[in-house]
Design a protein around this ligand. Structure first.
Ligand code: 4NP
Length: 172
């Protein structure tokens, strides 16, 4: 526990925030995929999940249809999500903040108070140990979104496994 009341990563985070640029393509998918996996393991009620963007262009808007469609093909409905921008309070409220790419990670690190910096990570690095970005699909073809979906599902599965293992070791 620090002076700001923020607890460092001594235990599995009780909240996870996924961050991309617009909060309409990658991070809404990550939020939906991760929440579904959490629910399947029974941890859904214990861990708060949200997503946000470092940019404000799409605030209040629904996810991009090119993200809604691959999610729907995988049986996941993300259409009800609404984009929001990262808030200062997020740095206090979330135990784990996962950026989709280095650019957004660096934006978060530049904005975050020192006490929150150790809770900001690159999604693929933190989940799978791979130092890679989840590529921005916004200006690309629709098939890029399926690749993004698969990356997010693989990373989210690994993340949930880590959380479950962490909880088990704490309760054991
Ligand atoms: P996202 O994709 O960061 O995965 O939501 C983008 C969405 C919108 C823009 C860029 C990337 N944009 O420039 O409006």
């Amino acid at each position: 526990m620090t002076d700001s009341g923020v607890e460092p990563n001594a235990k599995p985070p009780a909240s996870v925030l996924f961050v991309c640029l617009g909060n309409i393509c990658r991070s809404p998918l990550a939020e939906g995929i991760f929440r579904r996996l959490l629910n399947e393991t029974g941890l859904g009620k214990e861990i708060h999940v949200d997503s946000a963007g470092t940019g404000a262009w799409h605030v209040g808007g629904a996810p991009d249809t090119r993200s809604i469609e691959p999610a729907a093909r995988h049986g996941l409905d993300i259409a009800g999500q609404r984009a929001r921008k990262v808030r200062d309070a997020d740095f206090e409220n979330f135990g784990l903040i996962l950026a989709m790419d280095r650019s957004n990670r660096d934006t978060l690190l530049a904005r975050a108070p020192a006490s929150a910096r150790n809770r900001i990570h690159l999604f693929m690095e933190h989940s799978l140990g791979i130092s890679a970005d989840v590529p921005d699909p916004y200006y690309g073809a629709g098939d890029g979104f399926e690749a993004v979906y698969r990356m997010l599902e693989e990373g989210s599965s690994a993340l949930v496994e880590k959380l479950v293992a962490g909880r088990r070791s704490l309760s054991g």
